[in-house]
Design a protein around this ligand. Structure first.
Ligand SMILES: [Mn+2]
Length: 475
């Protein structure tokens, strides 16, 4: 948890950015699963968390001129102590969270009435909270629609504040990255032919939870790394396959990590796997070397793309000059996504606000296949935290796409490419803090040299498999 004085300072700064205009923010409520009492794990809205540190459902903040801040909470009920343990008080919450005042949530509308017609607000993922915010600010709000994410001045001020991390925020990611490293190492060690993907997924998530963190997003644990956001874990690892694991811990304070590693199920990379792995690692290194203040993120992406394109030419998968192939976007046949994104309290930080977070007003997303998925194209500044995650994938749907086949018919050796089908995918991803001098890899503790990975794979028993001995599988 961060010092509550940090949140108080952020509220004052926000108020100053907004010239004292009043702000009301509604936090998320709990999301029910199948009954009111069975709920998904609660996650506070990231902006509410950023400004309050409050992890309670149904919180609201009113920030008035000069940053005078009132927190609204649903007071504990008489029987809460019975069902949920020791009770708490509004005054206790006020002190713990460094607010000027704490009031029952039922008084929110009454307290906001004096600012009628002036309140700024924003949408959150809870539709009931968003509806209440909409009634208070009189604007059309819809979470997930960047055009309706919130009052423009407020959204812009929040983006300005959150986009560069403070040192304490980088510390949260640095610390959480050690948990992520432990979980990746555990999954590498438990990998061997015959292990179900879901044992590795459960082990990975279990290590995160055991450390008091949780997965920052649905962990991807798959021998089909060519399916970029594969959320299934129903395959069995087989000899000769690559296992791709994209997963990271979210700190109790809400900060995310996002790390991908790829390793051979059979412990040793085959020569073809090793060549591709070395190329992706070199692409990542080339991109990492670009990260420093003033560099446009698009050129970080291009640096990685060029290394991948050279590999594709060396392997005879593409024909032509690597520079020309990158200009045309032909490398995207095998590297069809952007090289990374912002990370902070959200794993794709502030993505709910749309491209205004990650593209300057005079830049637009490319319309080229692949590069269109580049989520970020700012000039980097100290304090920005970004992922660097190039990849190489053999995606049958891309190689068989008639439009792409036509466009890149002269560049792609399709027959040769089809001989690679079944290879899967490789992605290597780290989280970098842009510093005044260059960058710091916050996730450097997660092994990625091919030798270190080969040393780890298969060196621990499948403990979950042993637990399930004699128990029939759910599928
Ligand atoms: Mn990522």
């Amino acid at each position: 948890m961060l010092d509550p004085a940090i949140h108080a300072r952020r509220r004052k700064l926000l108020s100053a950015h907004l010239g004292g205009k009043p702000v009301v923010l509604l936090g998320n409520g709990p999301f029910q699963r199948n009954l009111p009492m069975t709920q998904f794990p609660f996650r506070q809205d990231s902006t509410v968390l950023y400004l309050s540190g409050c992890q309670r459902p149904h919180a609201a903040l009113l920030i008035e001129d000069g940053g005078y801040s009132t927190l609204f909470l649903v007071p504990p009920r008489d029987d809460d102590a019975l069902w949920h343990g020791a009770s708490w008080t509004l005054e206790g919450a006020r002190i713990a969270l460094a607010f000027d005042a704490v009031l029952p949530l039922s008084q929110l509308e009454q307290r906001c009435a004096r600012h009628a017609g002036q309140l700024l607000s924003m949408a959150v993922s809870d539709p009931l909270a968003t509806a209440r915010a909409q009634d208070l600010c009189g604007e059309d709000l819809r979470f997930g629609d960047p055009q309706r994410a919130g009052s423009a001045a407020l959204v812009d001020a929040v983006i300005t504040q959150r986009r560069r991390l403070e040192p304490v925020e980088a510390d949260e990611i640095r610390t959480t990255a050690r948990v992520t490293a432990a979980a990746h190492i555990a999954a590498m060690r438990a990998t061997r032919p015959g292990v179900p993907e879901r044992h590795l997924a459960a082990l990975f998530d279990g290590v995160l939870r055991a450390a008091g963190t949780q997965p920052a997003y649905g962990s991807i644990v798959t021998v089909h790394g060519e399916i970029l956001h594969n959320d299934r874990t129903d395959d069995i690892c087989k000899d000769g396959q690559l296992l791709l694991l994209d997963g990271g811990a979210e700190a109790a304070s809400g900060y995310a990590t996002d790390v991908t590693r790829t390793w051979p199920v059979s412990k040793r990379f085959s020569p073809r796997q090793r060549a591709a792995y070395d190329a992706v690692l070199a692409a990542q290194q080339a991109a990492i070397e670009q990260v420093r203040p003033g560099v446009r993120y698009r050129s970080v992406h291009d640096a990685a793309s060029l290394v991948i394109a050279r590999f594709l030419v060396d392997e005879g998968l593409l024909r032509g000059l690597p520079e020309d192939l990158v200009d045309r976007g032909a490398h995207a046949l095998f590297f069809p996504h952007g090289v990374g994104h912002l990370i902070g309290l959200d794993v794709h930080d502030m993505e709910a606000f749309g491209d205004r977070v990650t593209y300057p007003p005079d830049r637009r997303r490319s319309e080229q296949f692949g590069t269109a998925y580049l989520r970020l194209d700012l000039d980097l500044e100290p304090g920005m935290c970004v992922t660097i995650e190039p990849g190489f994938y053999v995606v049958p749907a891309i190689l068989q796409d008639p439009v792409l086949a036509e466009r890149f018919g002269d560049a792609l050796d399709r027959e040769r490419a089809m001989s690679w089908v079944g290879f899967g995918g490789i992605r290597i991803e780290d989280d970098l803090l842009c510093t005044p001098q260059g960058s710091e890899i916050l996730t450097a503790a997660v092994p990625k040299s091919p030798d270190a990975i080969e040393d780890l794979v298969g060196t621990a028993p499948d403990l979950l498999g042993a637990c399930l001995d004699g128990v029939s599988s759910a599928s």
